[in-house]
Design a protein around this ligand. Structure first.
Ligand code: DGI
Ligand code: FE
Ligand code: FE
Length: 198
């Protein structure tokens, strides 16, 4: 089944808090804009964005037991920081309980928190739009928005780099997938320009 934006919006409005819904709509508008600008499917971007945080309201203990039941735990860190699981949970739920079979959209929902090596352009749009939607406010956010508009891959690399710096500065442990995503995009940048170094 193909996901329709109106349907996902109804779901999101039903399960999300007012604040989370505002964030979700911000991600949807910005992801749609970025997708259109970069020649990607704006409808897929809007659907994935509307769905990305659908599992966020599930109590964290229940997120962990669902992830265990659905076989979604891939790293020891998934159990240590279960708040990184809500993307995979939403994607699994959409696929197995809602019949969504658009693998591009499912992947974008699943990887929106940690990314993964080999992200598709749609996955980059959702990962980055989540971090830089209009109600996000931190010093370098405007620079990141411009960078994403200019060059999606380079902008996403800068978003992941910013996340790593933020996690380090706030003494949060780095999930191995965040590190792998960073290294993959760094490698892609180097190949792309033939010059850029860490
Ligand atoms: O769901 P959102 O709040 O819109 O944003 P998100 O899905 O990007 O992030 C959810 C949480 O995941 C947020 O508290 C930051 C955290 N996070 C992202 N990458 C890592 C991480 N936490 C740890 N410990 N390690 C990571 O690499
Ligand atoms: Fe999220
Ligand atoms: Fe989000």
């Amino acid at each position: 089944m193909i996901l329709r934006a109106e349907e996902v919006y109804v779901l999101a409005a039903r399960v999300l808090t007012e604040e989370r819904l505002k964030h979700t709509l911000g991600v949807a508008d910005w992801a749609e804009d970025l997708a259109r600008h970069h020649g990607l499917d704006p409808v897929k971007a809007r659907c994935a964005a509307l769905a990305h945080d659908l599992a966020k309201g599930i109590p964290i203990k229940d997120q962990l037991s669902l992830a265990r039941r659905w076989n979604l735990l891939k790293y020891p860190e998934d159990e240590l920081y279960p708040y990184v699981l809500h993307g995979s949970l939403a994607a699994y739920w959409l696929e197995h309980y809602f019949g969504v079979d658009d693998t591009e959209v499912l992947a974008a929902v699943a990887s929106h928190t940690l990314g993964r090596p080999g992200m598709s352009p749609l996955e980059m749009v959702i990962y980055s739009a989540d971090l830089t939607e209009p109600s996000r406010d931190f010093p370098e956010v405007d620079k990141l928005r411009q960078s994403l508009y200019d060059d999606l891959e380079k902008g996403t690399f800068e978003c992941v780099k910013g996340t790593l710096i933020y996690l380090r500065e706030s003494n949060h442990p780095i999930h191995p997938l965040t590190q792998l995503t960073y290294e993959d995009l760094q490698r892609r940048q180097t190949i792309g320009t033939g010059s850029e170094k860490a």
